[in-house]
Design a protein around this ligand. Sequence first.
Ligand code: SAM
Length: 450
Amino acid sequence: MSVLHSLGASPRKRLGQNFLHDRNIASWIVEKLEIGPGQHVVEIGPGLGALTEEIIRWGLSITLLEKDRAFAKYLREKFERPNVEVIEGDALEYDTRVEFLRRPAKVIGNLPYYLSSALLFHFTADPCPFEHMVFTVQKEMASRLSATPKCKEYGSLSVIIQRQWQVTRLKTLPPSVFLPQPQVDSVVVSLKRRMPGAFEEADAGEFAALVKAGFSERRKQVRNLLSRFGDPEQIEIALLAAAVAFTARAEDISIEQWIRILNVLQPPVIYGSNPGELLSVVDQNDEPLEPLARATIHRENLLHRAVHILLVNRRGELLLQKRSHRKDRFPRRWDSSAAGHVDAHESYRECAMRELLEELGVTATLAKIGKIPASEATGREFIEIFAGIHDGPFHWNQHEIETGGFFNLKMVDHWIATRPQDFAPGFVECYREVRVPLGDLIVRAREESG
Ligand code: SAM
């Protein structure tokens, strides 16, 4: 508190300012983030630096997000080092996408309680660059985050967060470890990102909408709350498929069952992907030869055709997709907005339109902006590159795509330069080839938005 005095400040309730004064606990919390060399840490609401002091010992780079102007200034002076960045502002406005360049990045914070759930949703939103977070939250929030079916705290927050994150309650902290003391106990929780495949895939937006509808009136049977997702008969079929009783309430339904219900009510559309499919085979001049099966083409290293599609939005950002862990080539790498092999008897342009629909569930006006000759770097593919403008929303083909997001070109340039291993090599080849016309398209897209 003496620091507060010297700053001429007093704790602001409106900003949820309760300061941890027990160094042992601060050090224990930081230890739970399991940080190691070369990592980057983002701290939400560092206040007077109780946790920061402990993180700094690890010699890592840190970003501090603090809304209180006086504290931001104090932190800047106190931790003046090249690897410490202090951002004065609302952590809800922090663009988490920049952290893809600094992976593995982790998040920590004794959260301001008035904003905990909004902060949780912001920092876990897809595309999410973080794998591990440690937060101190109000006890009641910790109970909701970690609740299991049939508990009274089990609600939409528990289900939506736990689908992608493993939540563990680590320790209860009494009010006395903070100044001023909050009214209630606090709990330190850890959130670790689940590996892809832990649960059946589901469309994140639709999943959240379904679960929120199911929990909208806790005392009602869930079958009466899901009318937006199907007629009564379809809902009964979905409940049966998920082994959920017709009389069940939302609190009785596990995460696996929620996913099953969604995927029966709204079956994911799975296109193509037939291993015997015939693809266009070409000669050195890209002239078509006899079509052959994809497996034969790859086994015999034959020249063939592919398209890459790059979509930009009216904010001037490029859509990238993250390939599914199920892909045989370059799983979990970032790639063009959509891409694929040209089928037998299909033109490059027809293929581009088909891939856009199959992978992203959308159509768009596409312009050809480049072509790359076949080489070892392209996987023996002649590639035509198409581009278009689209703001989404997209319906990711869940069998092909883990997630996706828009990124500005400066960030993509920097990302490719610093972490080329994050990308499918075909995308990097295409991006380099069309970086200039893509920049022009972005200027046009921005103009369209006025
Ligand atoms: N980390 C410090 C500690 O443990 O002693 C302070 C924790 S205090 C519970 C919450 C901190 O979050 C305060 O410093 C407050 O100013 C800051 N804060 C409140 N709202 C914020 C926001 N929207 N964005 C960033 N920081 C915020």
